[in-house]
Design a protein. Structure first.
Length: 217
């Protein structure tokens, strides 16, 4: 009897996998959300303290969008929901004095109470194996117009072709943030490198040594 029950469970599991494969990505997301909401974990219910908009650790994390960091980097840092603002972008690079990352950090500092910034790159970063020429050709092959590419070609070359090693990129990002006139001198900017295979963090730059006291009001 147990043997047949096991076979039944395996068949149902296989049917579920087949059904999921027939669904679009959006349909899978919506189905997962429906199940999630119907069986909402206790920590997300109203009976528990709901995290506020302000990060309780007063910390902003600037890191890469690599999929291997999802549900891995924050636990490796001891960071939980509601404790930090997390900004993600390809290669965690700073490309201008007021680009998206800097804008997010400005809001985080002046509106959301962030008092420290941690820049986290990681080993085995895919951006290090990419160059602008290959990327542009892939874009052209997918129907992106040459005129559209020309508008951002120089910026793309500077961004992608300048990325050679994650540690060097971390050091450069830390310097760009620290030296940005929109970032207060009393905000420490640290640099760490993450191993996506082991979860280990190593210090590249300790930002405490570069901090200046905030001026008296």
């Amino acid at each position: 009897m147990e043997k047949y029950q096991g076979i039944k469970v395996n068949i149902l599991h296989m049917l579920h996998i087949k059904e999921a494969k027939m669904m679009s990505t959006l349909e899978q997301i919506l189905q997962a959300n429906k199940q999630f909401v119907e069986h909402l974990p206790l920590e997300y219910m109203d009976d528990y303290p709901i995290p506020g908009k302000l990060p309780s650790r007063e910390l902003a994390i600037f890191t890469c969008m690599d999929t291997r960091l999802v549900d891995f980097l924050e636990p490796a840092m001891g960071i939980s929901r509601g404790e930090a603002k997390v900004i993600k972008i390809a290669g965690n690079s700073i490309t201008g004095p007021f680009e998206a990352t800097i804008r997010s950090l400005v809001i985080s500092i002046f509106e959301l109470g962030v008092k420290e910034i941690v820049v986290i790159g990681h080993l085995d970063c895919g951006l290090a194996n990419t160059d602008s020429e290959k990327l542009i050709q892939k874009m052209l092959d997918r129907g992106i117009s040459a005129d559209a590419i020309k508008m951002i070609e120089k910026e793309m070359e500077h961004w992608i072709d300048h990325f050679h090693h994650p540690v060097e990129n971390i050091e450069e990002a830390v310097i760009k943030i620290r030296s940005n006139p929109l970032i207060p001198n009393d905000v420490p900017v640290h640099g760490l490198v993450f191993n996506p295979h082991t979860g280990e963090l190593s210090v590249v730059t300790n930002g405490y040594g570069y901090v200046h006291k905030a001026p008296m009001a």
